[in-house]
Design a binder for this molecule. Structure first.
Ligand SMILES: [Zn+2]
Length: 335
């Protein structure tokens, strides 16, 4: 019988594993991750190899069940934020421990809204056209939702990271969905003259827009504020793009506003005069933020934002006029 140390007991070694420990040194046993009762190879596998799951966060707003999913992420260089130089943006990111070697990490969040009758998907991710993405299909599969069960897709604006999933592989990936997009974005992103004068990094968004118009000929072009079903309304948030919209969900005295690219990590909401390189009209984007941030802070509205750390849920909080992002609780919210 070996003499187990106090340390061994604190790690929960059972009598069974003591037999194993007698033929190994205790140190080696710990190094192999053996804890209580893990003497068979099966249990060792379970201990060392947890199955990886796609991120998913589910919460309720009134009658709506909302599931946040993610298509992946891409790191945006510090120099992609007009209004500050790369060094200043890197310093801001460092101060928040959010600097990656490639810049600021943008996650691509999508929101699946179930109202009890219909499934509405808000945005579809870049689908492999940017960074490490293309994971929305497996995230949907993990929660048992098939693309052909989606009744509606809301496209908050026609940048590739919000609509890529609709047309990935040159296919109509959501064959039964009504697709909603603002008329001003359709006009902008299907204009050959605009494409011709756009910088190279925006060409993909023009091309994917053309593909979307081809594959979804019945696409519904909306005009600013527009209710699509009871409690689900499109909200005019022009600025980031001409037809940039948010989605307001309201039921049973609860509400959430999905603001898409109103907020980017690190730089927002602390500043309203920092843009993202994809924004063509810097002044319009600044005006959108200058209008929204203080109002959202005053009303403490629950926000979902595409690129904020997963699941992108939070509030804009004002500390004596200084704005900051506060992540919101989403688990066990009914308790
Ligand atoms: Zn975006």
């Amino acid at each position: 019988m070996i003499n187990l140390s106090r340390r061994a007991f604190t790690f929960g070694l059972s009598a069974g594993s003591a037999a194993v420990a007698s033929s190994l040194s205790l140190h080696a046993a710990f190094a192999q991750g053996q804890t209580q009762g893990q003497t068979s190879s099966t249990t060792q596998e379970q201990a060392g190899h947890a199955k990886s799951l796609p991120p998913a966060a589910q919460f309720k707003i009134g009658r709506f069940t909302i599931t946040a999913l993610a298509d992946g992420y891409a790191d945006m260089p510090f120099g992609y934020f007009p209004g500050r130089d790369a060094k200043q943006v890197e310093e801001m990111a460092n101060a928040m421990a959010m600097a990656k070697p490639g810049g600021i990490r943008f996650v691509f969040n999508q929101y699946l809204v179930d109202d009890g009758e219909r499934l509405i998907l808000i945005d579809t991710g870049p689908a492999g056209t940017l960074g490490k993405t293309g994971r929305l299909p497996s995230a949907m599969e993990a929660i048992g939702v098939r693309p052909d069960s989606i009744d509606a897709v809301i496209v908050t604006h026609m940048h590739q990271d919000h609509m890529g999933g609709l047309v990935a592989g040159g296919r109509q990936n959501f064959p039964k969905a009504e697709v909603y997009v603002d008329r001003r974005d359709v006009a902008y992103w299907t204009d050959p003259a605009k494409r011709a004068s756009a910088p190279d990094y925006l060409k993909a968004s023009f091309d994917i827009s053309a593909e979307m118009m081809r594959l979804y000929p019945k696409l519904q072009q909306t005009d600013g504020d527009h209710q699509i079903v009871r409690g689900v309304s499109l909200v005019d948030m022009t600025g980031h793009t001409p037809g940039h919209i948010g989605v307001h969900l309201e039921d049973g005295g609860q509400s959430l506003i999905m603001v898409s690219d109103m907020l980017f990590p690190v730089v927002h909401p602390a500043a309203t005069d920092i843009n993202f390189v994809f924004e063509q009209d810097l002044e319009a984007a600044k005006a959108m933020r200058a209008k929204f941030f203080p109002r959202a802070a005053e009303e403490k509205v629950l926000i979902a934002a595409t690129h904020m750390p997963f699941p992108g849920l939070g509030r804009i909080i004002s500390d004596g006029g200084k704005m900051r992002w506060m992540a919101a609780e989403w688990a066990y919210q009914d308790l």
